[in-house]
Design a protein around this ligand. Structure first.
Ligand code: KIV
Ligand code: ZN
Length: 507
């Protein structure tokens, strides 16, 4: 069996998706989940792109022990030095150097000749190899490059010491059979190709990123670059869960390959990512969408009840869905709570456990049954927040068909409680206007969405907002059985994140 390496780039290419930026704590939390998922490589960021990216690559390199940690770098010595500075503490560091090879990029973006790029690629790889034995070289826009020239660049990169060569479909342009032929061509044409692992990195502009990745495997690629939920530039990257489950579910077809991913951690990874970024997974999304294992048509339901395999090609439990049926209620004790939290993959300090347990009891008092999704929302809402500058103390809203919606809000800022009352077009509007008056903030609300975390009228509501101020965009989340409370919490969470960003930038 040949190993297919799973190279996760959620924290680098994924984070380049509009609205997907994460702070340091969020990146570390996601990196820990990627470690539980057992991916082979975590691309933690692009160290020279910003001080924040540098810091997060460095922290992830220091804290994550399982997967190899990669950092992206352009071909300049300064970029490579910076990447190494961030990666040097990793158990197994990987410098990932890239330069474009298509004529379009050479002419309009780099303004360099083919010979110059060829020479620069080799020089950069050799420079990176002075630091570490593992260097990946990517030929950006490879699929729109002249294949003969691409082969020369790949050969030069391997000659200079690249241990992995990546052939990205940067703009999601290629068709699976064409990609397969390109990979085969490179394997035949590049004399030293056996000295490196062939990797692919596919974007989803034409909806073929996963199909292209699998076609590349059939033709010799042994590393696949992908992201959780398929997030990434524009239409995103190849989705990790789809690639992995295709290889596992169709083991009959892909019989000579194996992947090391712990598939039961797929759904928790997907949920964690969307709770951090606020980017919801569409219900019909393969593997992790809410409807991915839901059977609606009568004929299908009948078939599944008689024999699951009539309409199910995978078991939901195999991707970590379905264990959530264990229900907790107000009589559940601390011990059961602690055990459940552990099973969900969270390691909380004693103080955080107490805090979460207290909130769980409040929720359990209001709801008959508390599901795993509720517990995850409690943890995201109570524990995994950045340090709060604004804390909601009290919210009272009066609204109805004959009264003007009015909100009275108390917020603690720097140890002092401030109170205001205000009107609005509806209860949420009244609360938001009053909150922004107390906090003296001027953010724009770009998106507001409400989700019921589980079914029933007593379900917790999960509100997600996207706020923007001075060109900085953040997401805010809040969960509560009272939807207006959830909305206020989401807004204040967003304001706290904006304030946090301002402080980081000012620092
Ligand atoms: O899409 C792309 O070409 C990339 C490279 C930097 C690997 O993200
Ligand atoms: Zn990319």
């Amino acid at each position: 069996m040949e190993k297919i390496r799973i190279f996760d780039t959620t924290l680098r290419d994924g984070e380049q998706s509009p609205g997907a930026s994460m702070n340091l704590d969020e990146k570390i939390r996601l990196a820990r989940q990627l470690e539980r998922l057992n991916v082979d490589v975590i691309e933690a960021g692009f160290p020279s792109s910003s001080p924040g990216d540098f810091e997060s690559v460095k922290r992830i390199a220091q804290e994550i022990q399982g997967p190899q940690i990669a950092g992206l770098s352009r071909t300049t010595p300064a970029d490579i030095d910076r990447a190494w500075e961030a990666l040097r503490f990793a158990r197994s560091p990987l410098i990932h150097v890239f330069i474009a090879t298509s004529d379009i990029h050479l002419q309009y973006k780099l303004r360099k000749s083919r010979e110059e790029v060829l020479e620069e690629a080799g020089r950069a790889v050799a420079y990176a190899r002075r630091y570490t034995p593992e260097v990946e070289f990517s030929a950006e826009d490879a699929t729109r490059s002249d294949p003969e020239y691409l082969a020369r660049v790949v050969e030069a990169a391997i000659e200079a010491g690249a241990t992995i060569v990546n052939i990205p479909d940067t703009v999601g342009y290629i068709i699976p059979t064409e990609y397969g032929k390109l990979i085969t061509f490179l394997r035949q044409k590049v004399k030293n190709i056996h000295k490196a692992i062939l990797s692919v990195h596919c974007h989803n502009d034409l909806g073929m990123a996963v199909a292209n990745s699998l076609a590349a495997v059939e033709n010799g690629a042994r590393q696949l670059e992908c992201t959780v939920n398929g997030i990434g530039e524009r239409a995103g990257n190849a989705s990790l869960e789809e690639i992995v489950m295709a290889l596992k579910t169709r083991r009959d077809f892909f019989s000579s390959y194996q992947v090391g991913v712990v598939t039961e951690q797929i759904y928790p990874a997907s949920r964690l990512l969307s709770s951090i970024t606020g980017i919801m997974v569409p219900p019909n999304k393969a593997i992790v969408g809410a409807n991915a294992f839901a059977h609606e048509a009568g004929i299908h339901q009948d078939g599944v009840l008689k024999e699951k395999t009539t309409y199910e090609i995978m078991r939901p439990e195999s991707v970590g869905i379905g264990q959530s049926t264990l229900v907790m209620g107000k009589h559940s004790g601390r011990h059961a709570f602690r055990e459940r939290i552990k099973t969900l993959g969270y390691e909380l300090s004693e103080a955080h456990l107490n805090q979460a347990f207290q909130r769980f009891k409040e929720v359990a008092d209001k709801k008959k049954q508390v599901f795993d999704e509720d517990l995850e929302a409690i943890i995201a809402d109570e524990i995994l927040r950045i340090p709060d500058i604004y804390k909601l103390v009290n919210l009272n809203v009066v609204s109805g068909s004959v009264v003007v919606p009015t909100a009275t809000v108390q917020i603690e800022i720097g140890g002092k409680v401030y109170q205001e009352a205000g009107f609005g077009d509806g209860p949420v509007d009244a609360a938001y206007k009053t909150i922004s008056r107390i906090t003296k903030t001027k953010s724009r609300l770009l998106k507001f969405s409400v989700n019921a975390i589980t079914g029933g009228t007593d379900a917790q509501g999960e509100v997600m907002v996207i706020l923007e101020e001075g060109g900085v965009r953040v997401t805010g989340q809040g969960a509560h059985t009272d939807i207006i409370m959830a909305a206020a919490k989401a807004y204040i969470n967003g304001l706290n994140k904006l304030e946090y960003q301002k402080r980081i930038k000012g620092a």
